[in-house]
Design a protein around this ligand. Structure first.
Ligand SMILES: NC(=O)c1ccc[n+]([C@@H]2O[C@H](COP(=O)([O-])OP(=O)(O)OC[C@H]3O[C@@H](n4cnc5c(N)ncnc54)[C@H](OP(=O)(O)O)[C@@H]3O)[C@@H](O)[C@H]2O)c1
Length: 336
């Protein structure tokens, strides 16, 4: 298997760089639907065949359905089988019944034009509402029926994952925020996942684009107007909690020096750093389809690897930061 791919489960091989579709859900600039779907082909042709989406990401599931149709028309009926679409189900925290689960999964199947979901990642907003365990049980039944191939979760903490493991629920992945600045998964989540053979899918690894040459050498903090996507605003708050703009500039300078040594970009170094971490199956990189294009740049991620001195230099800057685990808590606690 190519080093660009990862076997998430016996029946599911994904691209280690996953195209993130939150960016089509609004708040990231105007998305022209036709342009966006045409752009999906550019990712596919570059070998980025795995998509991360959710029922709540605006038209994302419909885009997968339309893109599959386009692939079939243009490249033959086998081609849609070469993509992996990892969706999520994000219900309101209310009483969950078997029929609620089935209805929602069937809606995703219809929208995406598939007979089974590659990976269904389950999110739950409120741990005080225990119905998440019922939901996972009913999802497992659908997996046993073949309607879902694999079950993952997103933004769950280690304590809740222990409950799932103790209940014999088969979970292949947890999708969490993980970046050079947000190392909360390293405290409890990664040791737990290593022990139980569960993979992590990482997001926020580029801090919405803050981790790039665009912000290098910027003495003034970017204004709210300049932070013109929800993603940039979300991760600027993380930067502030982590240690602030000056320390972030130190980090960007360090990343730039490393990037120059390897003839790649800051974003490439930031991604590579997370990809090398234990249990990380893939890094999800947000794609503003039809608006911006980093395909060629992100293809460079596999052209190099970081050595110990690179990682030591990055870690040295991070020792000056605040501890986000102490400030926010375990993975996903920012949502609760
Ligand atoms: N489970 C959850 O709760 C959750 C939460 C957030 C995100 N996610 C998933 O993770 C995905 C990633 O989203 P994110 O918000 O975390 O954003 P991100 O991946 O940290 O940042 C994406 C942005 O980084 C910039 N970028 C990408 N490649 C680059 C490169 N090579 N060089 C320079 N800049 C580059 C682009 O900015 P420009 O477009 O401005 O150029 C892009 O829009 C989402 O789409 C979603 O699938 C999941």
């Amino acid at each position: 298997m190519s080093k660009k791919c990862y076997r998430l489960a016996p029946d599911l091989i994904i691209s280690r760089i996953i195209n993130g579709m939150w960016q089509v859900a609004g708040g990231h600039g105007y998305i022209d639907h036709e342009l966006a779907i045409a752009d999906m082909m550019n990712y596919h042709d570059a070998g980025f065949t795995t998509w991360d989406l959710a029922d709540i990401y605006g038209p994302a599931e419909d885009f997968i359905g339309q893109f599959r149709h386009m692939l079939s028309e243009l490249k033959g009926k086998e081609e849609p089988g070469r993509i992996q679409a990892l969706t999520k189900w994000v219900p309101q925290p209310e009483r969950i019944t078997r029929s609620i689960v089935k209805e929602n999964i069937q809606r995703s199947l219809r929208r995406m034009g598939v007979s089974s979901l590659d990976l269904l990642q389950f999110h739950w907003w409120d741990y005080n509402n225990p119905y998440y365990m019922d939901a996972l049980k009913y999802l497992s039944d659908l997996r046993d029926e073949g309607i879902i191939k694999q079950i993952g979760i997103t933004n769950f903490d280690t304590e809740r994952m222990q409950i799932m493991v103790d209940s014999d629920l088969q979970i292949v992945s947890n999708q969490v925020q993980y970046s050079i600045i947000d190392r909360r998964p390293e405290v409890k989540m990664i040791p737990f996942c290593m022990k139980h053979n569960i993979s992590l899918l990482s997001y926020g690894s580029l801090c919405g684009g803050l981790m790039s040459e665009r912000y290098l050498g910027r003495i003034q903090e970017p204004s709210t107007a300049e932070l013109n996507t929800l993603s940039l605003r979300k991760y600027k708050q993380m930067v502030d909690a982590w240690g602030g703009w000056n320390l972030f500039q130190d980090l960007l300078s360090t990343l730039k020096e490393i990037a120059q040594r390897h003839n790649v970009s800051i974003a490439n170094v930031a991604t590579r750093y997370i990809l090398a971490k234990s249990t990380v199956a893939g890094v999800i990189i947000g794609a503003r389809l039809g608006i911006s294009d980093h395909i060629n740049s992100n293809a460079q991620i596999f052209s190099f690897s970081l050595d110990k001195s690179d990682c030591d230099a990055i870690d040295a800057v991070c020792t000056k930061s605040n501890n986000l685990y102490q400030i926010i808590g375990d993975c996903g606690d920012e949502y609760r």
